[in-house]
Design a protein around this ligand. Structure first.
Ligand code: MN3
Length: 239
């Protein structure tokens, strides 16, 4: 969200004795409004399926750079910078042409990775209740869903993502997008997704994307995904 969060506010307040807080005219490109969310678990929490070094580089370098580049892109566009990211992405034609590609790539990257950290975790349980029923109804059950999803993700040429989208009526669908594009760009909502850029898996799996995709299901956080499903159905799911 384009406001200081509590942590940012406290850090800013602590610095008040030295600097005037958050004056954008101080002009470092990396200043807000978008922020890198902390990983919700330790970098080694997804071992052995995703190694700690990959998680560190992926979060601290790759995701951080999408956030920095996005902030830089909107730095001279204060009206745009105040809008929620999902609204910006759903209305890319409203973004000035001079920064549109940068916003598409880095805004998409920020949204995709913010989702990605949330839908993984150690000990993520199994799909329950309505989500389990929707997976049976729309995607043929867990085993079929995993196979269809992995096939789709394997078929992404170069860099991109596979997603399961959740419509407001609860319907699920498997889709892929190139680069850092996201179904948010069509106004849809992402239930979960997997990153098939090589930076997501190369250190451990090298060129074996299929092996990474199979292993990834071990770190899917079904508790978090179930909670996202509930929010998607009432129109409260943002990124
Ligand atoms: Mn990535």
């Amino acid at each position: 969200m384009p406001t200081l969060n509590r942590r940012g506010f406290i850090a800013g307040a602590a610095a008040l004795s030295t600097y005037v807080i958050a004056d954008r005219s101080w002009g470092q490109a990396a200043q807000g409004p978008f922020e890198l969310p902390p990983l919700p678990y330790a970098a080694d929490a997804l071992e052995p399926h995703i190694d700690a070094r990959t998680m560190e580089l992926h979060h601290d370098r790759h995701h951080a750079s999408y956030v920095n580049n996005l902030n830089e892109a909107v730095s001279d566009h204060s009206e745009l910078a105040r809008r929620p990211l999902e609204e910006i992405l759903a209305n890319l034609n409203d973004v000035p042409e001079s920064i549109r590609t940068k916003v598409r790539n880095n805004g998409g990257g920020h949204a995709n990775h913010t989702m990605f950290w949330q839908v993984m975790g150690p000990g993520g349980g199994e799909p329950q209740g309505e989500l389990r029923n929707a997976i049976e109804r729309d995607l043929g059950g867990m085993e079929q869903m995993q196979q269809t999803f992995n096939d789709a993700a394997s078929g992404v040429f170069g860099s991109g993502w596979a997603f399961v989208t959740a419509a407001k009526d609860g319907r699920l669908a498997i889709v892929t997008r190139p680069n850092q594009d996201t179904p948010l760009m069509g106004g849809e909502r992402v239930l979960f997704g997997n990153d098939v850029w090589e930076h997501a898996y190369y250190l451990k799996y090298q060129n074996r994307r299929g092996e990474y995709l199979k292993s990834w299901w071990n770190v899917a956080n079904w508790n978090a995904i179930g909670e996202r499903y509930g929010r998607a159905k009432v129109g409260m799911l943002e990124l």
